[in-house]
Design a protein around this ligand. Structure first.
Ligand code: 13P
Length: 258
């Protein structure tokens, strides 16, 4: 089945308000009417609404990089799903490896966050991926399976249908070392089969699985040629207009004439 390509930019902890609005504005000019892929920008919390106001009349959508699972309360420093939604965001990245590594997130906190986000009608982009050590020890599929089981525990097929999965091998993030299309496809196919076995084939056919880790204008096309790679979660290359625009366009260059 044809899944619409999805390219999301994870801006991580970069860009002040002016910088973020400037980048978002220049993206609106270049790809604000681009209908061949879904496009999302995921800036830091403080600029979410400013970026939203910049992109709201374009096809570009907004996502946050994290969320807390409670809807309100005495949780100093945290941000709830309703607050994220209130900014205009539609997506939330959950369980990014940097959150797992530096902020002690686990499959269990990922599960709570995904549940809270789905309950309010936001779409989680659930990140999973193995370390280099795990890959070298041939544990990649075990790690992926554990992360899927823990992150999605208790969810029905419909919940999963309303989610996006991002496979981000940790050794490929910010290193310039992309997984080969074959390495990525092997894991994406594993994820889709796992979803089919656990839920239904219509669930696994429809869910989008993004690849993340040193995606660039030069390697996105090859990655997108793989059957189970439906888009990308882009870090560093999403921080510059030219590289992000090229990634979006190159991602669909085999299927459409732009
Ligand atoms: P890079 O594209 O900078 O490797 O980052 C990938 C990533 O972590 C996206 O979430």
């Amino acid at each position: 089945m044809a899944r619409k390509p999805f390219i999301a930019g994870n801006w991580k902890m970069y860009k002040t308000t002016n910088e973020a609005v400037e980048l978002a504005g220049s993206l609106v000019k270049e790809i604000g009417k681009f209908v061949h892929a879904d496009i999302a920008l995921c800036p830091t919390y403080t600029v979410l609404n400013d970026v939203y106001k910049t992109i709201e009349n374009s096809v570009i959508t907004l996502g946050a990089q994290n969320v807390y699972w409670e809807s309100e309360g005495a949780y100093t420093g945290e941000i709830s799903p309703i607050m994220v939604k209130d900014t205009g965001a539609e997506y939330v990245i959950i369980g990014h490896s940097e959150r797992r590594k530096y902020f002690s997130e686990t499959d269990s906190t990922v599960n709570k966050k995904v549940k809270a986000v789905l309950a309010i009608g936001l779409t989680p982009i659930i990140c999973i991926g193995e370390t280099l050590e795990e890959r070298e020890q041939n544990k990649t599929m075990d790690v992926i399976k554990t992360q899927l089981e823990g992150g999605l525990e208790g969810f029905a097929a419909l919940d999963v249908l309303n989610s996006v999965i991002a496979y981000e091998p940790i050794w490929a993030i910010g290193t310039g070392k992309t997984a080969t299309p074959e390495q990525a496809e092997e894991v994406h196919a594993f994820i889709r089969t796992w979803l089919e076995e656990k839920y239904t084939s219509s669930t696994s056919d429809q869910i989008r699985i993004l690849y993340g880790g040193s995606v660039k204008p030069e390697n996105i096309r090859e990655l997108m040629q793989k059957e189970n790679i439906d888009g990308a979660l882009v870090g560093g290359a999403s921080l510059k207009k030219d590289s992000f625009v090229s990634i979006v366009k190159n991602a669909v260059s085999d299927t459409i004439k732009t």
